[in-house]
Design a protein around this ligand. Structure first.
Ligand code: ATP
Ligand code: MG
Length: 316
């Protein structure tokens, strides 16, 4: 039996999802015979962890702090083993621009892009380079904040007139904005869990827009308007190739334990990696638990696996 601090909540935009993930992890840990102690992270975090001195921390935090490497850094300092990716991998996944550079360097396809900071616009006239960017990336183009967390900051610009507002909106989430080539196609995700020290790709999940015109971009991502299909309807070879790409991305980013890689499958059959999530959702409706279930890994087993990797690292 291990004492496990289940870190959840916090102040990120994904607080509510994290509380759900955390509660579900706690239940699973208890069923597995561990002592689970919930910690809603805040200013007393270090004090509480020091007092509890858990055998491990289960990071059930999504978004800022939990996925950007901050919590992992604190846990390193405190010498507490924790689940999932380390500090560096979290930093790489959190910053979509950094992610895309690493993917490109590793020869993993990712949509063409350019990225600029707010100061480049304010002090260097980057706005004057927009026509060149628009020409290179073509319309529609995707504008998103570099830091992930909320699909809310993502806008699809249909023409030059949409771009400035989309950039301003992205800057309300992060100081860096990413302009990316739009990939027409299917929205896929591959979750990965390690098995015997090797990343195992779970079945591909497809997000399908519900009862809406495909070109109504914004509506595609509204909560409740998406249906998930697992495994996605794909020829075996295509699914295998997409899973391989996801594993390659996982390795290129240096992820550990588990993660979820989001991709687009272009209409002509070419896949592109969009991003990786270092702490994917673990709620009833989240993609990773569903994909694990599809290959006979139930939630308790999933939690036990993720925890045992953290504990094994502690004794290594
Ligand atoms: N270049 C693109 N071409 C087409 N669709 C895109 C592109 N980039 C993003 N999208 C759509 O927007 C969705 C969210 O994009 P992305 O995964 O990059 O952002 P996110 O905010 O991290 O999302 P989440 O955290 O919900 O996964 C994608 O799943 C995809 O449907
Ligand atoms: Mg995504």
């Amino acid at each position: 039996m291990s004492t496990v601090a289940v870190l959840q909540g916090g102040r990120s935009l994904e607080r509510q999802v994290s509380l759900k993930s955390g509660a579900r992890v706690e239940d699973a840990l208890q069923r597995l015979g561990h002592r689970a102690v919930a910690i809603d992270i805040g200013s007393d975090l270090v004090a509480r962890l020091t007092e509890l001195a858990p055998d491990a921390a289960f990071v059930a935090l999504h978004g800022r702090d939990g996925e950007d490497g901050t919590i992992q850094e604190l846990l390193e300092v405190l010498g507490i083993p924790y689940t999932g990716s380390g500090v560096a991998a979290c930093i790489r996944c959190w910053d979509k621009v950094l992610t895309k550079h690493l993917l490109r360097d590793a020869g993993i396809p990712t949509p063409d892009f350019h990225a600029f900071s707010e100061t480049a616009f304010r002090e260097l006239g980057a706005a004057q380079a927009l026509p060149a960017i628009e020409q290179q990336l073509a319309f529609p183009l995707v504008v998103k904040p570099a830091a992930q967390g909320s699909a809310l900051g993502i806008k699809f610009a249909r023409g030059a007139g949409d771009v400035p507002a989309a950039i301003v909106s992205a800057f309300s989430y992060d100081r860096k904005v990413l302009l990316e080539r739009y990939v027409p196609g299917r929205d896929l995700a591959v979750s990965i869990v390690e098995q015997d020290g090797e990343p195992l790709a779970l079945p591909v999940v497809e997000a399908l827009p519900e009862g809406r015109d495909f070109y109504d971009f914004e509506a595609r991502y509204e909560i409740g308007r998406t249906r998930f299909v697992c495994p996605a309807e794909l020829p075996e070879e295509a699914a295998a190739r997409i899973q391989e790409l996801a594993v390659a991305a996982y390795r290129a980013l240096g992820c550990a334990g588990f993660a979820r890689v989001d991709l687009m499958l272009r209409d002509d059959g070419e896949p592109f990696v969009l991003e990786a999530n270092s702490v994917p959702g673990l709620t009833e409706t989240s993609l990773l638990p569903q994909a694990a279930d599809a290959v006979g890994i139930d939630f308790d087993e999933l939690v036990e696996r993720i925890l045992s990797i953290a504990l094994a690292r502690a004794t290594a």
